[in-house]
Design a protein around this ligand. Structure first.
Ligand SMILES: *[C@@H]1O[C@H](CO)[C@@H](O)[C@H](O)[C@H]1NC(C)=O
Ligand SMILES: *[C@@H]1O[C@H](CO)[C@@H](O)[C@H](O)[C@H]1NC(C)=O
Ligand SMILES: *[C@@H]1O[C@H](CO)[C@@H](O)[C@H](O)[C@H]1NC(C)=O
Length: 362
């Protein structure tokens, strides 16, 4: 028996996945289901292949955008362009769904309408756009991307949804759809576009922060853009960390650096004094170098997001992200049915790529 997520996060969608997956399990596919059922399973997750792959991805992307600002001209591959088109479509669907007029401080119910549209349309689109013999990969990728935009019942959004999107991106590398040469654009084009979309969703449907710890957390909604954003600022001679809380500096550089884009959004949505509503970030602005901030943030991410049961309990594992124990000598191990070498994702992305993508961005 296949169980998808047990939580109300994916109510409705679960049944569809159960039906689809049933067919594939009969054909010898792999179960796609949540594996972290209680606090003590977190340790197993941290030792899993999935965890190793995910950290490898975060680190590899971090490395690829080190000292690379958002406005650097990049060459976009057809694959990047394809997923950018899909993100642009999602943005159009937001325009299509007007918020309800009823006044509610948090959670406009029109988000559920948007979510249902997203769920329905994305499965068709991904089935047409991702051409793989094995439909289970498409099913799993679809589940991750559908879960990337927020919860339709609670009308909230948080680092768990952001995690889903990063797993979607990482999954595209795992099954060889994205290549090493796509890594800068994965962050500076796809992830950056994703951020614009979720910010628009948060504002338009007044989405509540999911599981936020208020002033004690880094940010109400995101985490990963602070990691990759701080990498962009490494080796920057002009922008000392103590300047990122200065509104004028933020206005000047918000389109150039992802980190400052995040600060700009916080300044737009939060009232009051920065060091009060965002104390954690305020403290971080006192750190000497972007390198130290970057290293500190990844440690914090492992602890505050990847190590948290309330977040990981919702993550499904299957064929792309395998829950089995990671063999340390053979990281980025994949099932025998995937023809990918067993080198780590990091190694894989370090490998010079001979394929020249064709068209220039912007
Ligand atoms: C990010 O990449 C840079 C450049 O390779 C490196 O100095 C830094 O330690 C990396 N940080 C993490 C968290 O991997
Ligand atoms: C990026 O923007 C900065 C201004 O913030 C500018 O000085 C720089 O030349 C731009 N780089 C590119 C590649 O457009
Ligand atoms: C920020 O630093 C101050 C002083 O060290 C400390 O009291 C406070 O708890 C820190 N804030 C956070 C959110 O960690």
């Amino acid at each position: 028996m296949i169980t998808y997520r047990t939580s109300r996060r994916t109510k409705g969608f679960g049944n569809i996945v159960v039906l689809i997956l049933h067919v594939f399990t009969v054909k010898g596919g792999m179960e796609f289901k949540t594996r972290v059922k209680n606090e003590s399973d977190i340790e197993e997750w941290e030792k899993s292949e999935a965890y190793d792959d995910y950290i490898g991805f975060i680190t590899a992307m971090n490395k690829s955008v080190t000292a690379i600002p958002l406005n650097k001209t990049l060459i976009l591959s057809d694959e990047i362009k394809k997923f950018l088109r899909i993100l642009n479509m999602i943005d159009d669907w937001i325009t299509e769904v007007e918020p309800l007029k009823e006044s509610c401080r948090f959670g406009n119910k029109a988000f559920s309408t948007f979510y249902n549209l997203l769920k329905m349309r994305l499965s068709d689109i991904l089935s047409n756009e991702i051409l793989l013999d094995d439909q289970q990969y498409v099913t799993e990728l679809t589940a991750y991307i559908v879960d990337s935009f927020g919860n339709p019942t609670r009308i909230d959004y948080g680092t768990g949804h952001e995690l889903s999107f990063c797993m979607f991106l990482c999954g595209l590398y795992k099954i060889n759809i994205l290549k090493q040469s796509d890594s800068k654009a994965t962050v500076n084009v796809l992830f950056s576009r994703y951020l614009e979309i979720v910010r628009r969703l948060q504002l338009r449907y007044q989405m509540e922060p999911a599981g936020s710890h208020g002033a004690w957390s880094l940010d109400d909604y995101q985490f990963v853009p602070f990691i990759w954003g701080s990498a962009q600022l490494i080796e920057n001679p002009d922008l000392n960390p103590n300047l990122f809380v200065d509104e004028k500096v933020v206005q000047l550089f918000k389109s150039k650096y992802m980190f400052l884009g995040c600060i700009d959004f916080i300044m737009q949505v939060k009232k009051g004094v920065f060091h009060e509503h965002s104390n954690q970030l305020w403290n971080i602005s006192g750190v000497q170098s972007w390198n130290k901030i970057n290293e500190g943030l990844i440690k914090m991410y492992k602890k505050e997001v990847l190590g948290k049961f309330p977040i990981i309990q919702h993550v499904p594992f299957g064929k792309i992200f395998q829950f089995k124990q990671c063999d340390k000598k053979k990281t980025f191990a994949t099932s025998s049915t995937i023809k990918v070498s067993s080198q780590s994702l990091l190694e894989k992305l370090k490998k010079p790529d001979t394929l020249e993508p064709n068209i220039i961005n912007k």
